[in-house]
Design a protein around this ligand. Structure first.
Ligand code: GDP
Length: 527
């Protein structure tokens, strides 16, 4: 490799941070994202930050459903520069009707920011998203938001994070007072106090102090709040976990920051600490061993495919996470699954209104590739050798519906639609054993709506979906599979490849079936 390219790659990789914000709806993700982008002066907005609030900013024209419901159906990417860093924020749909896209997007992130509402604590969707991040072992940073409101005590939140999520936490700063009494935060890492001023200014007042016992804090906060602060921090010094960078890197300890996104309070300090601690793009596992980001050969994988971002064009966009090398517009790479070279001539980053053509990109960046139907989720692209990344797990569906076509004459288009949408990873398809009914499985209700909408819009087929009472799917592997054993609150189906899958109505039915079939293995994902 040329020395110049080597240095260029190293420099670009070192400055990149690619992360996702995970949270439950309403915790303040849009607000936090907007503040972060403001610090950096966003260079490329992928639209969704604004687009999600369709009532406020009707800029999105991606899909009718998005407009109707004011949410982002599909996740996208925002990029900005700050203090010499190039930051990519992957947006994960915040609505509770999230989908597999949300999970998959997390595989493209190198770290995650977990946003928690100080009053609500850890909520349902945060748990799910956290688990996906925890499985990958990526570092997770916590921002406790809405400190200007009355909420739970910081100790209570730390305990909940440990009990519900199973991760220890280390507070990087600590509130001085809370809600209406909020005076500011004490920054434990930098020994300084940030004063809360309660409206949106970017210049926060920061005071350097000796330590938390410094009388300067007493002058500012009063006896009561200062006593409280000293008491809390003494306890933390003695009983809390020390900051351990190695544990943070392995995702075993989460640094916690307190702040208020809407007031822009604590956001900048958070961003700066995050940039110091969060990992740059790391090597990724592949069939050819770990691929270093600074490897001169370009590689990447498709983690998401989105249809009809622009309704005027019937195209699809494949989102590619760059793993190694340098992307240059017009370059030729191998599409490993297909075994053909393809030219990457039209890669783009996205805005709500127009598309921005990218001519260079580096590991950690996400590019959108125009897709005339050649990509599938999980496809790897590589220059030179045949590298395949195994980053994309399939997820066990949790919601099921029987699908029928309203007009039998449309059966062919219906088949084609099902075929293509399963390939994209929009839905999983099962067939009942005996009756040959078609059952769709998804992880979020919204996927059904997208399915219906796209069947009509793209294939001209009206479908009818009938919700089924099942909640769990398990692939069963064993010698003798007897359908009669799976009748009580469950049903036996086959997936597209002919593997046996049992759908269960509840956990009890699943446990019973496991007990009754000790020789069979029950897998959460396809074997
Ligand atoms: P999302 O659904 O997670 O994207 O949440 P939003 O960013 O849309 O925020 C949800 C609501 O919480 C909005 O009304 C915000 O103005 C409000 N909000 C966000 N951050 C704060 C904060 O720090 N304090 C208070 N009091 N409200 C906030």
């Amino acid at each position: 490799m040329s020395k110049a390219l080597e240095q260029e790659l190293q420099r670009e990789v070192d400055k990149r941070r690619t992360f996702a914000i995970i949270s439950h709806p309403d915790a303040g993700k849009t607000t936090l994202t907007e503040k972060l982008l403001l610090f950096g002066g966003a260079i490329r907005l992928a639209g969704s930050v604004k687009a999600r609030k369709a009532s406020k900013h009707a800029t999105s024209d991606w899909m009718e459903i998005e407009k109707q419901r004011g949410i982002s159906v599909t996740s996208s990417v925002m990029q900005f520069d700050y203090n010499g860093h190039r930051i990519n924020i992957l947006d994960t749909p915040g609505h509770q009707d999230f989908s597999e896209d949300t999970y998959r997007t997390l595989t493209a992130a190198d770290s995650a920011v977990m946003l928690i509402d100080v009053a609500k604590g850890v909520e349902a969707q945060t748990i799910k998203l956290f688990q996906v991040c925890a499985q990958r072992g990526i570092p997770i940073f916590t921002f406790i938001n809405k400190l200007d409101r009355e909420g739970r005590s910081p100790f209570e939140l730390m305990e909940q994070i440990e009990q519900v999520l199973g991760i220890r936490s280390v507070p990087m700063n600590w509130p001085i007072g809370s809600g209406r009494e909020l005076c500011g935060v004490y920054d434990r890492m930098n020994n300084q106090v940030e004063l809360f001023q309660g409206d949106d200014h970017t210049h926060i007042q920061v005071k350097k102090v000796e330590d938390y016992q410094d009388p300067v804090i007493r002058e500012m906060a009063g006896d009561y709040l200062h006593d409280q602060l000293c008491q809390d921090l003494e306890l933390l010094d003695v009983a809390g976990d020390p900051f351990d960078f190695e544990k943070v890197k392995r995702g075993e300890l989460t640094p916690v920051f307190f702040g208020s996104a809407v007031n822009n309070f604590g956001v900048q300090t958070f961003l700066e600490s995050f940039l110091k601690l969060a990992p740059k793009p790391e090597p990724r596992r592949s069939t050819a061993g770990d691929v270093e980001p600074t490897n001169e050969k370009f590689t990447g994988y498709v983690f998401k495919i989105q249809a009809n971002m622009n309704p005027a064009h019937r195209d699809r966009i494949a989102f590619l996470r760059i793993v190694s090398g340098k992307f240059e517009r017009g370059m030729s790479v191998k599409h490993v699954r297909v075994g053909k070279d393809i030219k990457l001539s039209q890669p783009q980053q996205f805005l709500a209104q127009d598309r921005d053509i990218v001519s260079e990109a580096y590991p950690g960046d996400i590019i959108g590739l125009f897709d005339p139907g050649i990509f599938r989720i999980g496809d790897s692209l590589s220059q030179g050798s045949e590298v395949v990344f195994d980053e994309l797990p399939t997820f066990s569906p949790e919601i099921f519906a029987k699908v029928t076509v309203k007009n039998a004459l449309k059966h062919k288009q219906y088949q084609k639609g099902i075929e293509q949408l399963t390939e994209e990873g929009t839905i999983q398809v099962f067939t009942t054993v005996g009756f040959e009914d078609t059952i769709l499985g998804v992880v979020g209700q919204l996927q059904f709506e997208v399915f219906e909408y796209r069947m009509k819009g793209e294939y001209g087929v009206d479908v009818q979906l009938q919700r089924m009472p099942y909640q769990f799917a398990r692939w069963i592997v064993g010698d003798k599979i007897d359908p009669s054993k799976f009748r009580i609150n469950s049903t036996l189906v086959k997936d597209k490849k002919g593997n046996y899958v049992v759908l269960f109505e509840n956990e009890y039915a699943m446990r019973t079936a496991m007990d009754k079939n000790p020789d069979a293995k029950f897998l959460e994902v396809a074997p």
